[in-house]
Structure formats: structure tokens, C-alpha cells
Write a protein that binds this ligand. Structure first.
Ligand SMILES: *Cc1c(COP(=O)(O)O)cnc(C)c1O
Length: 385
């Protein structure tokens, strides 16, 4: 009996065992196959797309909310700080959240071409999503003022890139005029669908924390994102998914701070090229957001921005681009004025990935030493002399 049982196992069961694993990879469970579906499908009820077949997605969103371990030490005991790191989006910035909605909507409407003015990240996202949708993307950028990584992206995704001899603000004026006279859809943040997509980052934060933070800090360029976040928080508040909405804290660069100054800036200057904007497209809405949330829009210097940029990379392990660090520079400045107290939670949006702007990184960190391929030399340079 025992012998027969063993022989049966040997002849029948092993065959099945061998055949099963081979078929498994081609037939994963539905959930494993789809994963995170991108912001439109994940937040379908809250976004203005109705035709599922028009959705153009690279599975953007679902970005990490990272708790601070080092910067938080400069704040009073009992304050929590989180970084919403948007650099993990498919093209490396939060612009993907808005672009998936803008391009999907343009596809629903039968658009064949899109156009944007950009300090870099909008063009990278527009080029990627338009390429995927089979549309032409035209990009106007200020000559010599776009970070290298972003320019590479727009070029590789097949956008028609035009460098104009002028500022971002002039590029946006031109885009508005071109779109009036020709059949191209604007995908700058004056496109209302962009902000609808961008508000999903606020949803994700509440979904993760289980509540809204006390404060939300972010860099301000054209001021679309600060408006979008607050809209998202307010919507969740209205739906009963959060019991409060945060105080919104926006930070412009000192040399490009029109909202803080109260007038446009002719020749905006800052190391933070993504927020080097002198005449923000969403100026009025940004003021409304600031006032309704009882928040503020302040300026931080390039020195403060670069200090936060390095601190984030060295002590938190998060490499963002300079503009992103303005949010952290801002709350550090407010902490020095004793604005925060025990029990407060602060979320800072880190808007884009550090690899976008290798020139800024190289100018900040010291270059590696070049030494002979010799054991003693290596040990000596390591300090083990
Ligand atoms: C676009 C952008 C900003 C500015 O966002 P606005 O909505 O224009 O205020 C900040 N940081 C990065 C990295 C960006 O790409």
C-alpha cells in the first residue's frame, strides 16, 4: 500500500506541479495586473472625464508621503512634518497629475495638437502624455532658462520645442495668442482641467493620514498648484472625508515674488527655475486661497532655498529640485519666528525630482576627487591614513 501511494505521488503529482508555475506569470490576479490605475481612474467621481476610452495615463500619482526625520528637529517637540514627494511621478514632477486630465479631456474633444509655455516640467509632461495620445505637442520655453533634464525629456518625447528669446511670461502671452488663432489646445495651468487633476494630491494626503494636516506648504510659481491643493482639501471637507482643511503656506523666490510684492516682476531671478515667474497666471485665485485658508504667501531667498535643497538630500534622503525646496525653506523661516506648536502637522510638497536639474546639483555638492587606483591612496582619502 505504502509503496503504491508513493509511486502514485511520483507519477501524477509532480507533473502538475511542474506545469503550474509556468502558467502563473501570464495569469496574475486582476489586482496585481492593474495596480494603481492613475489619478483619473482612482478618483473617477471627482474628475471631469466621462469617456473611459479617452483616458491617457502613465499611472501618475500615488506618490510617497515621507515623514521627516531630521528637519523636524528644528521644530518644537510634537510637530509632525511630511514630504509629499512628487518626483516619483512618471515624468518626475506633479505636472503629470494635471496633464493626464488635460490631455484626456483634449482627446475626448478630438484635439490633434496641444501647446504650452513652460519653465520645463509642464513641457516634459505635455510631451509625454501628448505623445502617448498621438497628438502633437508644441512647447515654448525661455531660451537658456530650462533645466537640462527637462529639456531632454521634451525632446525625447517628440515635442516641437521652440526656445524664445524672452521670459516665461512672454512665452505664455504668445501661447495664449496662438491658441486663439490656431487649432491647438493650451495645456498650461490656465487650462482648468490641469488644476482638477492636481487636486488629487490633496486627496491622497488625506487618504494616507486619515485627516488633513494643520498646514500645507508649497512653492509658488504660476500659483496653480496652491489653488489646486486647497480645492482638493475643500472638496474632501465638504464630502465629510476630512474634518478640516489646512492653512495654506505658499513660498515664492525672493527675486521672483510678484504676489508678495503686489506687482509683476519684469525680470524674475532665482536659482529655482521652476518658479522663476514674474506674472503668475493664477494670481487672483492664489490670493483667494491664501485668505480663505487664513494662510500666507511669503518669499524665501536663493540661499535659504539651496540650504533646504541640500538638507533634504543629505539628511532626509530626498533629492528634489531647487524650486521644490522652497516649501521647506519657507517652513524653516516660519519656525524661526515660532509659528508652529505641539500637535501641528505640516505637509510640504516637493514638486519635482532632483535629477531634472543636474547643473544645480553639481554647483552645490563638491566634485569627487580623482586619485590613483592605489589601496593606500584610497584608504588615505577615506581618512584611514
Ligand atoms: C510647476 C512647478 C512649480 C510651480 O507650480 P505652480 O503651480 O506654477 O505654482 C514648482 N515646482 C516645480 C518643480 C514645478 O514644476
Amino acid at each position: 500500500m505504502a509503496l503504491r501511494a508513493v509511486s502514485r505521488k511520483k507519477t501524477v503529482r509532480p507533473r502538475r506541479r511542474i506545469s503550474r508555475p509556468a502558467s502563473r506569470p501570464s495569469k496574475p490576479a486582476a489586482s496585481a495586473r492593474s495596480g494603481w490605475k492613475g489619478v483619473i481612474l482612482e478618483y473617477w467621481d471627482y474628475l471631469p472625464i466621462r469617456d473611459r476610452s479617452a483616458v491617457v495615463t502613465l499611472h501618475e500619482g500615488h506618490t510617497p508621503l515621507i515623514r521627516s526625520v531630521d528637519i523636524v528637529r528644528q521644530f518644537p517637540e510634537g510637530v509632525e512634518i511630511y514630504f509629499k514627494f512628487e518626483g516619483t511621478n512618471p515624468t518626475g514632477s506633479f505636472k503629470d497629475r494635471g496633464m493626464t486630465v488635460a490631455i484626456s479631456r483634449a482627446k475626448e474633444e478630438g484635439a490633434k495638437a496641444v501647446i504650452c509655455a513652460s519653465t520645463g516640467n509642464t513641457s516634459a509632461a505635455a510631451a509625454a502624455y501628448a505623445g502617448r495620445a498621438g497628438m502633437c505637442a508644441y512647447v515654448l520655453i525661455p531660451e537658456g532658462n530650462v533645466a537640462l533634464g527637462k529639456l531632454c525629456q521634451a525632446m525625447m518625447h517628440g515635442a516641437k520645442v521652440l526656445q524664445i528669446r524672452g521670459t516665461f511670461d512672454r512665452a505664455l502671452e504668445l501661447v495664449r495668442q496662438i491658441a486663439k488663432e490656431h487649432p491647438v489646445t493650451i495645456v498650461n495651468s490656465i487650462n482648468p482641467y490641469r488644476l482638477e487633476g492636481q487636486k488629487t494630491a490633496a486627496f491622497e494626503i488625506v487618504d494616507t493620514l486619515g485627516r488633513a494636516p494643520t498646514y500645507h506648504a508649497l512653492p509658488v510659481g504660476n500659483a496653480g498648484n496652491i489653488v489646486a491643493y486647497y480645492r482638493g482639501y475643500r472638496q474632501y471637507l465638504k464630502l465629510g472625508k476630512a474634518r478640516s482643511a489646512p492653512v495654506m503656506l505658499g513660498f515664492q523666490a525672493e527675486g521672483a515674488a510678484p504676489i508678495v510684492r503686489g506687482h509683476p516682476v519684469e525680470n524674475p531671478q532665482s536659482v529655482a527655475s521652476a518658479i522663476r515667474i514674474g506674472n503668475p497666471a493664477n494670481w487672483q485665485e492664489a490670493l483667494k486661497t491664501r485668505d480663505e485658508s487664513r494662510g500666507l504667501i511669503d518669499a524665501v531667498t536663493d540661499t535659504e532655498i539651496l540650504a533646504a535643497y541640500r538638507l533634504l538630500a543629505e539628511r532626509e534622503g530626498v533629492f528634489c529640485e531647487p524650486a521644490s525646496a522652497a516649501s521647506v525653506a519657507g517652513i524653516l523661516k516660519l519656525a524661526a519666528r515660532r509659528m508652529f506648536k505641539r500637535g501641528d502637522s505640516i505637509v510640504c510638497t516637493l514638486t519635482g525630482c532632483g535629477l531634472k536639474d543636474p547643473d544645480s546639483a553639481l554647483s552645490q555638492a563638491s566634485r569627487p576627487a580623482v586619485i590613483p587606483a592605489d589601496l593606500r591612496e584610497v584608504a588615505a582619502h577615506m581618512g584611514f591614513a
